[in-house]
Design a protein around this ligand. Structure first.
Ligand code: FCB
Length: 460
């Protein structure tokens, strides 16, 4: 099975970026050479991680980084999206961990030797534990600590980085981490989720001028996870639920970042749930950004809560997500995450963002599928993943044909890795990792992605 771009696609242009992505905690291992992070602590909580695993070894990338850069180069991609582990580069007292910084510098230099652009995310969820001990994202000071860390690390990196993202998916940090408690630090409190979101947005706003100062030639922006929200039925109640979910989970970030205002839903929150906004905060948050990174995996379908059967928390929130099995009338493919394969949602999302916001250029910073891969005769045949990538590239192409300015696409992920609360059970890589031997093997989808990129280069 191959991947191909439609004839005349703007994605065939040589300056359209094709990349692969990873994040620090998910691949690095070498936990002993950095400060503990909230994910180390969370992994130690009984029952928090499906398979009881943790990130101490992960893909052993800190030791195997050279082999991994060769692998990225062999894919022929123009770009690699990685994240910096804050606890690896900063000590408890806020001073630099020189060994950690040097490790990243040699990696960045090796990428440059291969002409691979570095897309660096500064926060992909691994907050230093000692900052969590002081309140984490519930403490406004964490936003200032983030700014200082960004200043330190971006000065050290000099001009080696093509693009910075301040945060990856602040919604997941805030909502999954502090509201529903599915992710580190595992807090279950709606008001905490709203407060964390505000401090994360503030951290972004404080870091942007630092990035412009230290790395003026880089593309500096942020990466959000966005799903188009569909009502489970045409009823007014379900439509309201879908709008409420969109406002709480997605517009809650987009509007402050792009327009300097929270959605109107803000006014409906109880006093105790209001975000801790100080005068001037929204001006700090609304910074010019060079690009918006968007992570897309699937659509989301919502229904109104039922006062008789749903929990008080759901009723108060105003929306309940409907799992695909309950809303798909005809059989549709699901990934190993149980997520519906719905490429049309990506086109719908991009076109609606274009209609509703003044958008900067867009990069699809993550897109991919978890499949229950099996190794047979030394090979991994994963046609479902290849089909997923193909259909989503067509969805990106369709949005570009409708005028959305999309500059690049990153497949998640370079290799199988630690999939957060699901541990090592979900394989998102286009490269297979045998976690016992740490052997890497390109899956058929990696070969298809590589061949598509190679054909484009040959034609260009
Ligand atoms: C995103 C995360 C990424 C990975 C994918 C599957 O939410 O940014 O680290 O876990 O989901």
């Amino acid at each position: 099975m191959t991947i191909s771009l439609p004839a005349g696609s703007p994605m065939a242009a040589a300056n359209f970026i094709f990349g692969v992505g990873t994040s620090s905690f998910q691949i690095e291992g070498a936990a002993q050479s950095r400060q503990p992070s909230i994910w180390d602590t969370f992994c130690n909580q009984p029952g928090a991680i499906l398979d009881g695993s943790d990130g101490t070894m992960a893909c052993d990338h800190v030791a195997r980084w050279q082999e991994d850069v060769e692998l990225i180069a062999a894919l022929g991609v123009n770009a690699y999206r990685l994240s910096i582990s804050w606890p690896r580069v900063v000590q408890r007292d806020g001073s630099a961990n020189t060994a950690g910084i040097q490790w990243y510098i040699q990696l960045l230099d090796k990428l440059a030797e291969h002409n691979i652009k570095a897309f660096v995310t500064l926060y992909h969820w691994d907050l230093p534990q000692h900052l969590e001990d002081a309140g984490g994202w519930l403490n406004r000071q964490t936003a200032y600590a983030f700014r200082d860390y960004v200043d330190l690390v971006t000065q050290a990196f000099g001009q080696r980085v093509y693009s910075y993202a301040t945060l990856n998916e602040p919604m997941c940090s805030a909502y999954l981490g502090y509201d529903i408690g599915m992710h580190a630090p595992g807090i279950k409190d709606k008001a905490a989720g709203i407060s964390a979101a505000h401090h994360l947005l503030l951290a972004h706003g404080l870091a942007m001028p630092v990035l412009r100062k230290n790395s003026p030639d880089a593309l500096n922006g942020i990466v959000l996870n966005l799903s188009p929200c569909y009502p489970a039925s045409n009823s007014a109640a379900d439509q309201l639920a879908a709008r409420t979910a969109n406002d709480r989970l997605f517009a809650w970030y987009l509007r402050p970042l792009l327009e300097g205002a929270y959605p109107d839903l803000l006014a409906t929150l109880a006093q105790a749930e209001q975000p801790p906004i100080l005068p001037g905060d929204l001006d700090i948050i609304r910074q010019p950004i060079d690009y918006l990174g968007i992570n897309y995996y699937t659509r989301a379908v919502y229904r109104a809560p039922d006062n008789n059967t749903d929990s008080a928390v759901d009723c108060d929130r105003g929306f309940v997500e409907v799992p695909p099995a309950a809303h798909i009338s005809r059989p549709a493919p699901l990934t190993d995450m149980g997520w519906e394969v719905y490429p049309q949602g990506l086109t719908d999302l991009l076109v609606s963002l274009q209609q509703n916001y003044t958008l900067p250029p867009v990069y699809i910073a993550e897109n991919g599928a978890a499949i229950a891969d099996t190794l047979e005769d030394g090979q991994i045949n994963d046609p479902q993943r290849t089909a997923y990538l193909q259909s989503h590239l067509l969805a990106v192409d369709a949005a570009m044909q409708q005028g959305v300015d999309i500059r690049g696409y990153f497949c998640w992920s370079l290799m199988d890795n630690f999939e957060w609360s699901l541990g090592y059970q979900k394989r998102f890589g286009i490269v297979y990792v045998d976690f016992k031997s740490q052997q890497r093997i390109m899956k058929a989808s990696a070969l298809a992605y590589r061949d598509m990129i190679q054909r484009r280069t040959a034609q260009g």
